[in-house]
Design a protein around this ligand. Structure first.
Ligand code: ZN
Length: 124
C-alpha cells in the first residue's frame, strides 16, 4: 500500500468520508481555505475598527476554524462573505484537476498538477 498522494500537500484531508463514498475522504483546497480566511480576517479587522471586537485572531487560527466549519457543514458549499468554499471529493485525480484550475493555488502547485495530469500512467 503506497502512502498518501503528493496531492495532499495542497488539500486538507477530513477524517470524514465524502457523501456516501466508501473510500474518498472530504477534502478542502488549502489555497481556497486561505482565501476564506482572508475574508474572515478582513471582517474581523473591520469589526475591530468599529469597536465590535476587542481583538483579531491570527491566520492559522482562522484557517483552522474555516476547516472546522467546513467539516461540520451539512452541504458541500459554505459562504465566507461572497466567497464560496467547496467540499471536494478526496479522490486523487479529482484533486489534481481542481488544483490545476484553482485561482488561489501557487504557480508551482499548478505546474505540479499539470505534470501529474499529463502522465500516461494512472495518476498517483
Ligand atoms: Zn483552491
Amino acid at each position: 500500500m503506497p502512502g498518501l498522494s503528493k496531492v495532499w500537500a495542497h488539500f486538507y484531508r477530513d477524517k470524514a468520508k465524502y457523501k456516501n463514498n466508501k473510500y474518498n475522504h472530504k477534502a478542502y483546497c488549502k489555497g481556497c481555505v486561505a482565501q476564506a480566511a482572508r475574508v474572515v480576517l478582513n471582517e474581523e479587522n473591520r469589526a475591530l475598527s468599529e469597536g465590535r471586537r476587542t481583538k483579531i485572531r491570527d491566520i492559522p487560527e482562522i484557517e483552522a476554524s474555516v476547516v472546522e466549519r467546513m467539516s461540520n457543514a451539512c452541504g458541500t458549499v459554505v459562504k465566507f462573505g461572497s466567497f464560496e468554499l467547496r467540499t471536494l471529493k478526496g479522490q486523487v485525480e479529482t484533486l489534481w484537476r481542481y488544483l490545476r484550475n484553482c485561482s488561489y493555488a501557487s504557480e508551482a502547485a499548478i505546474t505540479q498538477a499539470e505534470q501529474n495530469l499529463g502522465r500516461a500512467e494512472p495518476i498517483w
